[in-house]
Design a protein around this ligand. Sequence first.
Ligand SMILES: [Zn+2]
Length: 240
Amino acid sequence: MRSPGVTVRCHGALNDFLPRAQRGQPVTLPWSAHESVKHLVEVAGVPHPEIAALTVNGVPARFNERVAPGAVIDVYPHEDAPAGEPRPTTLRFACDVHLGRLAAYLRMLGFDTLYRNDQSDTELVALASAEERVLLTRDVRLLMRSAVTYGAFVRATTPEAQLREVARRYDLRASAQPFRRCIRCNGLTTPVAKAEVLDQLQPRTRRYYDEFWRCQTCGQIYWRGSHVQRMQALIDRALA
Ligand SMILES: [Zn+2]
């Protein structure tokens, strides 16, 4: 006789992880004695870091629990959780290999953001976990790795919309400190005397600007040129 299986019901934005035709509908999976709730919801398609709360047959439950045949699992997204999303004490990020522009924008806002284009997924997840960073990715499978504690699936596809999405989700407006971090390498910048960097400046920059900052890590020089105004406009739009 076939056992009655397990039903997973996705609420709110968690439906984004279901195939279009199945959104808003319960997902039925085969029951198995040794599979945890976490495994079952991920088989349904929902990565665990996106889940704020879950119930089994209406009773609050944990990821590591086992369920009886016929169980109904309800999973809720962070935006519906009264306490908001759990986050590390210091808000820091790690971006996957496809989110280079987003990483640059987050650095521009002053957030410590790990990004490398020569890193394997395993290295990225290990670093994000060891350093308690929020893993930002467009790869659902990556979020399903068990080492991921804090993470978000970035839904938007253009860098500016991605920044807006992350800014809203993690309330970046409250803690942004723009233009203190190097966009290239994530190092911190400090003011530097013009005389010290004179030989590294283009004639125009030398003529029109007097205040400069230098990255303590890679030495990149920054000044408040027209590019800063463009970035400021982008920041204002993202944090609005
Ligand atoms: Zn740098």
